[in-house]
Every structure is written in structure tokens, then in C-alpha cells.
Design a protein around this ligand. Structure first.
Ligand code: APR
Length: 224
């Protein structure tokens, strides 16, 4: 079976009602990264950081996968499918996808500030005083700016095996994640889905929203 690797960003979850970061009105229009998404921010004002993720987790609990997430799984009828996501939502998993690699963490997981052990967050909130079994404060299991991306090597391995590499809903602004497009050397096709795409050499551009474009792309690939 040929191997399709799909690399997603906030845009694939936009039509599920979750905000993107850099579109107008996006999260970074309303919050400063240095206040809510760095280790220094968490040291300086942990409640502000925890509240930022509690708000996003509440929104996630009220959101559902859209046709883009759902239709990707149909590719398994004919291809090996691997998903690599920058998103911290669980919409890929809730749509039924099984091979999902998160680069930037997972909104519904916490980790101990002491030993980085991971715990799932029941409900929506993680607050000061929520401690791991060893008595240390729990933090969101999110990769903050300035922190290592532990799954990057695995992601590179996957992209290097891709026969078809599909990029959906990312501005390709954040490294090292964005560098994945440089590793698709084996891919016979690289396809980018985004309503406001930049242009890249040797990449087929579908300038359309994911909820419409992805099901159509999946149908096209299945009849090949
Ligand atoms: N369908 C497809 N793409 C869309 C849609 C949609 N309905 N709506 C917006 N987009 C596109 C935008 O045009 C943009 O190119 O999604 C992209 C979103 O870009 P960003 O907001 O920068 O999100 P992302 O690329 O995922 O950000 C990467 O930055 O802040 C960090 O850790 C955070 O993982 C995030 C990383």
C-alpha cells in the first residue's frame, strides 16, 4: 500500500469552531505568546497560563470533528495513513484516526512539572493545586515556545516515507514543525490545502477551506 502522510495545523479545526492563531481575530490577536505560551510565562503567572488553556479546553469539549477530519480516515481503504498534527485538540482522534502524532502536545493532557509524567485531564479545568501523585503541580502537556519538540524525529521519519504528502491548514510559520515540508523527498505528490495559501515550488495548491476541499481530495485519491 502506498503511504499518505497528512500534516495538519489549526486551519483543519477552524470549521469545528476552534480559533486559529494567525488569522485576523485569531488567538495571537487576543493574547501575547510571551504571556501564555512560554515556560517563563508559566513561572511568572501560572494562573493566567492555566486559564488560557482552560478556555481552549472548554471550547474543545463543545466542538466536534468536521468533514475534513472524518474524510481523511477513508484513505485507509487504499493507503497507509499517518497523521502528524501541530494541533493540541483531539479532533483527529475523535474522528476515528488512529495513527496521530502530536508535535505540540495535547490539550486534554497534563504533565508533572517534576518528572514530566503525563496524566489525562478529566473535565475542562487544570488549576493551581492540581498535583501529580507525587505532590507536584501539573502543567498543560503543551510544547511551549522555546521548548523542544520531542516527536520531531519520528515526524521526519514518517514524512520521509510518504508517497503522497498532504498539508492542511497551517501557515507553516513555526519551526521546527514547518521544516517537515523539506523532508518529503520521496513523495510523488505534495498537496497543500488552505483558503489563503502561499505558493511553494513543486507543491499542488488547493486554495479552499478544508471542510469542502479535503473530502473532494480524498475521493480523487481513492479513484486513482
Ligand atoms: N481550512 C483550511 N485552512 C484554513 C481554514 C480552513 N477553514 N481557515 C484558516 N486556514 C488556514 C489559514 O489560512 C492559515 O494558513 O490555516 C492556517 C492557520 O495558520 P496558524 O493560525 O498560524 O496555525 P498553525 O499553522 O497551526 O500554527 C502553528 O503555531 O502558535 C503555534 O503551537 C501553535 O501549533 C501552532 C503553531
Amino acid at each position: 500500500m502506498k503511504h499518505i502522510v497528512v500534516f495538519t495545523g489549526a486551519g483543519i479545526s477552524a470549521e469545528s469552531g476552534l480559533g486559529t492563531f494567525r488569522d485576523s481575530g485569531g488567538l495571537w490577536d487576543n493574547y501575547r505568546i510571551e504571556d501564555v505560551a512560554t515556560p517563563e510565562a508559566f513561572k511568572r503567572d501560572p494562573s493566567l497560563v492555566l486559564d488560557f488553556y482552560n478556555i481552549r479546553r472548554k471550547q474543545l469539549l463543545e466542538s466536534d470533528p468536521n468533514n475534513a477530519h472524518i474524510s481523511l480516515n477513508k484513505l485507509c481503504e487504499k493507503f497507509k495513513l499517518s497523521i502528524i498534527t501541530q494541533n493540541v485538540d483531539d479532533l483527529h482522534e475523535r474522528s476515528g484516526s488512529v495513527d496521530v502524532l502530536h508535535l505540540h502536545g495535547h490539550l486534554r493532557q497534563a504533565r508533572s512539572i517534576m518528572d514530566n509524567k503525563i496524566y489525562s485531564i478529566k473535565g475542562s479545568d487544570l488549576n493551581i493545586g492540581d498535583l501529580c501523585p507525587n505532590g507536584f503541580q501539573l502543567r498543560p502537556n503543551i510544547v511551549w515556545f522555546g521548548e523542544d519538540v520531542p516527536n520531531m524525529d519520528i515526524a521526519i521519519e514518517k514524512v520521509m516515507q510518504a508517497d503522497i504528502f498532504i498539508i492542511i491548514g497551517t501557515s507553516l510559520n513555526v519551526y521546527p514543525a514547518a521544516s517537515l515540508i523539506n523532508y518529503a523527498s520521496r513523495a510523488e505528490r505534495i498537496i497543500l490545502v488552505d483558503p489563503e495559501p502561499l505558493s511553494y515550488p513543486n507543491i499542488e495548491i488547493i486554495s479552499e477551506k478544508a471542510n469542502k476541499a479535503v473530502p473532494e481530495l480524498v475521493e480523487e485519491l481513492l479513484v486513482l
